[in-house]
Design a binder for this molecule. Sequence first.
Ligand SMILES: *[C@@H]1O[C@H](CO)[C@@H](O)[C@H](O)[C@H]1NC(C)=O
Ligand SMILES: *[C@@H]1O[C@H](CO)[C@@H](O)[C@H](O)[C@H]1NC(C)=O
Ligand SMILES: *[C@@H]1O[C@H](CO)[C@@H](O)[C@H](O)[C@H]1NC(C)=O
Ligand SMILES: *[C@@H]1O[C@H](CO)[C@@H](O)[C@H](O)[C@H]1NC(C)=O
Length: 314
Amino acid sequence: MAFKLLATCALLAIQAWVSLANPLLSSTSDSVSEELVRTPGGLVPKSSVHAIPEGARIHHNSTHVQLIAADGSIIHSATTSKKISTRPKITGTPTSVAPRTLESGYVAYSYWHNTDNTTNGNIATYSTTWTVPPTPQRKDGQIIYIFNGLIPASFDGILQPVLQFGSTPAGGGNYWAVASWYLVGSQTYYTVPAQVKAGQSLTGVMSLMSTTLNGPTVSYHWKSVFTSVPSTAFTLSTTEVFNYAYEALEIYYASGPTDLPTGKTMMSNITISTVGGTHPALNWTAISDSVEGFGMSVVSSSSTNGAVQITYPA
Ligand SMILES: *[C@@H]1O[C@H](CO)[C@@H](O)[C@H](O)[C@H]1NC(C)=O
Ligand SMILES: *[C@@H]1O[C@H](CO)[C@@H](O)[C@H](O)[C@H]1NC(C)=O
Ligand SMILES: *[C@@H]1O[C@H](CO)[C@@H](O)[C@H](O)[C@H]1NC(C)=O
Ligand SMILES: *[C@@H]1O[C@H](CO)[C@@H](O)[C@H](O)[C@H]1NC(C)=O
């Protein structure tokens, strides 16, 4: 398997590749002259990646995104544009004919689209439990991200508790670590990664804490955290509704299966509840780069104890 060669080819065609492989960033191609770094949301300019200090929160509305410190001071502010909300083709491309676009990026994922757009039907909690996989046999600069995440219908952002391996824009190294991330447009925010061990159980939880009204505009206040790692917590207010749930394995710079864990990772204990307190059936769509030996299968579509399984190439 020529993972690295394919990744290099992809780099030569960054613009095409970004829009193909990355559900979120199809309009950031104006930044290609700047150094790009590989976040869980794909390639973004290094200067737009920001650490979230303890106690800070993110404020996102239709015109701005701001990082606000615990004392209320604004650490970072940027404008957002609705123009970036190009709906990606997340379905319909058979992986067998598009292995290259999946080679780096989302190589195995499942998503569920919540089609109930009533207030009571909105997603209010989304959690998933998984075990930190074995450390890859070979360590040569690869990045691995495993996460559950929530995405709005505009596809301009993702909220995600992320398990990472490797040196990412958030830090880390040749060990597993966890952090919460929010990516919106070309801006990326993360909590400082905290080291975890192979075999440790993780539960990534996103919860709608409250909603507030400002005139006609509803703001949704979310918290993302790994339950056993309080330093991964931050809160986000956004005026968008999250109506896509993702379970994903994302990789960069992997030169072969020995750069990856072995066996399978069960994304389990999947729980989704709505504002109205119901547990909708989850109609997952599973997609994987089967040509390279990745697998993603739906084990249970329950939203009280559901499971999807990632298989690594042998
Ligand atoms: C978005 O938030 C910013 C910063 O708080 C504020 O200046 C702006 O007026 C808000 N935009 C809208 C459309 O409410
Ligand atoms: C809700 O979904 C229905 C059917 O998919 C659609 O016709 C309607 O425009 C949607 N409403 C909102 C507010 O998005
Ligand atoms: C299942 O997830 C819930 C959060 O939704 C968590 O509190 C619980 O500990 C998890 N169960 C296991 C066995 O990890
Ligand atoms: C489940 O999703 C598939 C593909 O997205 C769609 O074709 C099908 O109609 C959905 N089924 C239900 C029951 O929502």
